[in-house]
Ligand binder design. Structure first.
Ligand code: WT7
Length: 656
């Protein structure tokens, strides 16, 4: 986050109360009700969650123990039997919701499709049988690398139905990144499409899969299922590749949901950390189902009449929890849109809101800042009067963007929920409940009932109000990640021992810097580790550095975030070259392209600066703080006493 943003947040004093008519109809109607819930949950978190699990979800068999907490490993609803696909589909078929729209989908070229709960259930059952026919059984991992089409959600639900953990890989990742993830998860099958539409172009997804699998690149993968979406010519490997529609036709629509243990693996989702290797975040069945169900219900204040739209991609946790599982578990109508604002239609989001009378809209601050730049005539020329609630996620929202969202999109009527959470937390952790909690632009306000969050120092001691510190969680919650796939030690070190446990008390370290104000409101400032947030996408600087040094021209690379008006942060790389290479623009472009190939377009450096040497401490550590300041164009003359060779700095500055 930039200094200017922090400055404006520090001076932010506005308070917005929930509109009376909104509160009257809300699930949680006022601050006292929130406080009561919060206190009740705090007094006995297990009891609080168990009561909700009992009333809100369908279980095949009840649990014996609510929580088994052997820090840092938690088990929730031990020995309970449940299936999230059953909770998202089957149970609604017994009600009037059977013929309610479950999924409304709008394609980028303007095609569309609506699936009722009955229809979605049928498609999921059939596809689950396709997976079974190809030998996928309980426990087998399945890779999903797809565009934003209904089949992505169907594939996830079908995996969940038969107990095959999915790992969704965002369609913007390269073949290389895809391969690494398939290898780590040891996926048995991959589901993809011939291509996807993005910004009026076709993304060649199947080609990337072919590349990832070429030369036995991911030997665990036995079959590839391909959805026909763009109809361009692709290679179909005999015996390995199959068309989704061919197999879907030949199977029965009868596929009972497999009773899963609460703690059976539901999915793995890779996310960037501070080392070069992405972490496979593990989420399990029962706790995740409950946590996404409850947070969706109370935070989005879901009503059965709502059309709910989350603009994320299913390749990220937001898409998992708040396009697919949370909304469907609640029997809601969830909207999925394939497109993104593009030069041929900058107002496409507002077209979708108008066309489907969207009531709840959930997006990212980076998108809002881009909308501001596009001009208010786009939203103003559409009818947005159906909207009643707005949300944001992914990074701190600057008060200016918050106010624009409030005025131009919400017409000063709609509460805004700024939701803080992470891939690791499974669902939203700190957020306003829109009918109950007054908002302050730039603050994600207060913890969800059952979440015991605090700001602490590195010894784990709470810091005083308005003093900056580290965001930590003091007690397990049902949606928490259970481990890093295949690396429990990394899980322990990264999240639970960063702040050393004291007297058996473990604190979850989120990796964010934050403060709490005099009203207990949380203000998240941004990452405190080597993770940068580019347009709400989380990238590890080490990951990009590893990609850069894998190019023969690069001797050493250091990547930092540079403040950016729209993206929040932009990738800025400092690079030293091997002796026989010459620094020039052509090489810069080659290196950028190399990172795209290694990771994907989301990791393309915005800028590369060549340097003869990196500023290092006497013990040889690259001084990233200095590089960050340099990238931001700030003065770096002060506090360089630990720098080994000052002349490096002068040269770096000259490179401006
Ligand atoms: C990181 C997690 C959770 C889904 C999207 C991102 C930042 C997220 C907020 C917010 C300030 C936020 C944090 C966090 N972040 N939401 N409302 N205010 N910062 O998931 O890729 O796991 O990234 O995103 O830095 O640690 P993710």
């Amino acid at each position: 986050m930039s200094e200017a943003n922090i400055e404006s947040i520090l001076q932010e004093k506005r308070l917005f109360s929930p509109p009376t008519d909104f509160s009257e109809k809300a699930h949680i109607k006022n601050f006292q009700d929130y406080q009561q819930l919060y206190e009740k949950a705090k007094a006995n978190p297990e009891k609080f969650w168990a009561e909700l699990a009992e009333t809100e979800l369908d279980w095949f068999q009840k649990w014996d123990t609510i929580l088994d907490w052997q820090p840092p490993f938690a088990k929730w609803f031990v020995n309970g039997k449940i299936n999230i696909s059953y909770n998202c589909l089957d149970r609604h078929l017994k009600t009037w919701r059977k013929n309610k729209a479950a999924l409304i989908w709008e394609g980028e070229p303007g095609d569309s499709r609506t699936l009722t709960y009955a229809q979605l259930h049928r498609e999921v059952c059939q596809f689950a049988n396709v997976l079974k026919q190809l030998g996928v059984t309980k426990g087998d991992r399945v890779g999903i690398y797809m565009p934003m089409i209904p089949e992505a959600a169907i594939a996830m639900l079908a995996c969940a139905r038969i107990g095959a953990p999915h790992t969704v890989i965002f369609g913007g990742f390269s073949a290389e990144a895809l391969q690494n993830r398939l290898l780590d998860a040891q996926a048995k099958l991959v589901i993809t499409a011939d291509g996807g539409f993005r910004k009026d172009k076709i993304v060649a997804l199947k080609e990337q899969v072919d590349q990832a699998l070429t030369n036995n690149g991911a030997p665990s993968v036995e079959n590839v299922l391909v959805v026909e979406r763009t109809k361009q010519k692709i290679h179909m490997e005999a015996g390995r590749d199959h068309w989704w529609h061919d197999l879907q036709q030949s199977v029965s629509a009868d596929c009972p949901a497999e009773p899963m243990d609460s703690e059976d693996l539901l999915f793995i989702l890779y996310t960037s950390g501070t080392t070069g290797k992405p972490k496979g975040v593990v989420h399990t069945t029962g706790g995740y189902n409950l946590y996404t169900h409850m947070t969706t219900k109370w935070i989005f204040d879901l009503k059965d009449t709502d059309v709910y739209w989350c603009t994320a991609d299913v390749g990220w946790i937001t898409g998992h929890s708040y396009i697919v599982y949370g909304p469907l578990s609640n029997g809601a109508t969830t909207l999925m849109y394939e497109g993104v604002p593009r030069s041929s239609n900058l107002g496409c989001f507002w077209d979708v809101v108008e066309k489907y009378s969207v009531n709840i809209f959930y997006t990212a601050p980076t998108a809002i800042r881009a909308f501001i730049k596009m001009g208010e005539h786009h939203p103003k020329s559409r009818n947005l009067s159906s909207l009643r609630l707005l949300g944001t996620v992914g990074e701190p929202i600057n008060p200016e963007a918050w106010m624009w969202y409030h005025k131009i999109i919400g017409n000063q009527r709609c509460p805004i929920i700024d939701t803080w959470w992470q891939t690791e937390t499974g669902g939203v952790m700190i957020t306003p409940l829109p009918g109950a909690i007054s908002t302050k632009p730039g603050s994600c306000t207060l913890p969800f009932p059952g979440i015991l969050a605090d700001i602490v120092d590195l010894e784990g001691n709470p810091v005083s109000d308005n003093q900056g510190g580290y965001l930590a969680v003091k007690y397990p919650w049902p949606g928490m990640m259970r481990t890093v796939y295949g690396d429990p030690d990394r899980f322990r070190r990264t999240y639970w021992e960063h702040i050393p446990p004291k007297n058996g008390k473990y604190l979850y370290f989120a990796g964010d810097g934050a403060r709490k104000d005099e009203d207990g409101y949380f203000w998240v400032m941004g990452r405190v580790d080597d993770v940068i947030n580019v347009s709400g996408h989380r990238l590890g600087t080490m990951e990009i550095e590893s990609a850069l040094v894998s190019h023969p021209a690069v001797a050493e690379a250091a990547v930092v975030g540079k403040p950016d008006e729209i993206k929040g942060e932009e990738i800025f790389a400092f690079v030293t070259l091997e002796g026989n290479y010459t620094a020039n623009d052509d090489l810069k472009n080659q290196l950028k392209q190399h990172v795209v190939q290694e990771i994907g377009a989301i990791a393309r450096p915005g800028d590369i600066r060549f340097t003869d040497a990196m500023p290092k401490t006497r013990s040889g550590k690259i001084m990233r703080r200095l590089l960050r300041n340099l990238a931001a164009g700030q003065d770096v003359s002060g506090d360089t006493s630990t720098l080994e060779d000052r002349s490096v700095l002068d040269k770096l500055r000259e490179g401006d």
